[in-house]
Design a protein around this ligand. Sequence first.
Ligand SMILES: Cc1ncc(COP(=O)(O)O)c(C=O)c1O
Length: 435
Amino acid sequence: MAQLPEADPLIHDLLAQEVARQNDGLELIASENFVSRPVMQAMGSPLTNKYAEGLPGKRYYGGCQVVDQVENIARDRAKRLFGCDWVNVQPHSGANANASIYLTLMRPGDTFLGLDLAHGGHLTHGSPVNFSGILYKAEYYGVDKDGPLAGRIDMNKVREKAKAIRPRMISIGASAYARDFDYAAFRDIADEVGAFLWMDMAHTAGLIAAGVLNDPMPHCHIVSTTTHKTLRGPRAGMLLIGKDGENTLGKVAPKSGRVKNWSELFDSSVFPGMQGGPLMHVIAAKAVAFEEALQDDFKAYAKQVVLNAQVMADAFTERGYQVVSGGTDNHLALIDLRSKGITGKEAEEALQAADITVNKNMVPYDDQSPFVTSGIRVGTPAMTTRGLGPDEFREIVDLMDRVITNPSDETVLQHVKGAIHEMTARFPLYDFVTA
Ligand SMILES: Cc1ncc(COP(=O)(O)O)c(C=O)c1O
């Protein structure tokens, strides 16, 4: 068996370049994290060779006696982690997990209510260029422009909107919303209008698992997630149900006429509804990551992620930046750059030149296009994994401020880049190229 460097030097060299980029730079993309070596080892294993359509004990392929055990362990650990009745660990990604939810609960043309993409929502919550906005009728709630709830969701407005449009489903969850959600209030509204309630906790799953954010599980009919953001597992998705029970859609088992449980409907929507064979190597990596997340040091990590984000938000505010909603409850902060006379795109590019990776982001009521934007989103999960604490995050905001206020000053950019490399060298990451 040849090794990658000899077998494919071109790809090996690019992997080495990417590992160096991750090692040397400052990763502030809120949806990214650094997985452990054991997670990578499970991902880079011969389990990638195995077809295992179906569920453990009910496969359409032979030879599944080992991967069945792997998937059962992943399921059991996820159930313990989130205190829920049922999970499906097969979705290849967050978007796939979400698609299985629409397939189960919605009929094409049905109306649903979700957080506006321009106010922090996700593409799969009704964007016109995504299947969710193409096949279903998307309506939105947003955040307040000003007043005491500026940058936050006003539950009275969600209720008014839900009563006006009577959606079949209400979605919660976001890609760029720094505040926690009031799940009980969402459930009241859903019950009032007869809607299903879905939480997409892709961004915050790790913080929810660690108990540092509110728990959606008792309040939502269905919960979806990615496993690679704050949860710090492999790139993939998952579905969860807090309390399983008989479905109310009238779906019965064909032969016996038994009313199926919700979990059975969602299992079928993942496979064969949305996907073919599960990625068993990724499911093994999920199992490893869930075990890591069950440990006490993961809880300490999650607390530190939030503390570091709050330190960043405060440091930006002290420097005269507008932080959307005035701060953060979670792992990210949304910075409105309009008072600094620079767009999100310009800031992202200047920061990149200093090896600081952030993403430009629309701010609520933005007057720029999504390609330009007026803001940046900063997140702490990845650098907190490396061990950075409040002192470093304060220094980072100082360095970012220097770049944002001098975006074309080559001397400033080079000086900041040097300071970043010096900082990242103190918090080593990967000393290998392949797992
Ligand atoms: C809230 C939310 N849902 C779903 C997704 C989609 O996840 P994936 O990229 O794994 O398809 C994301 C990814 O950014 C997200 O932020």
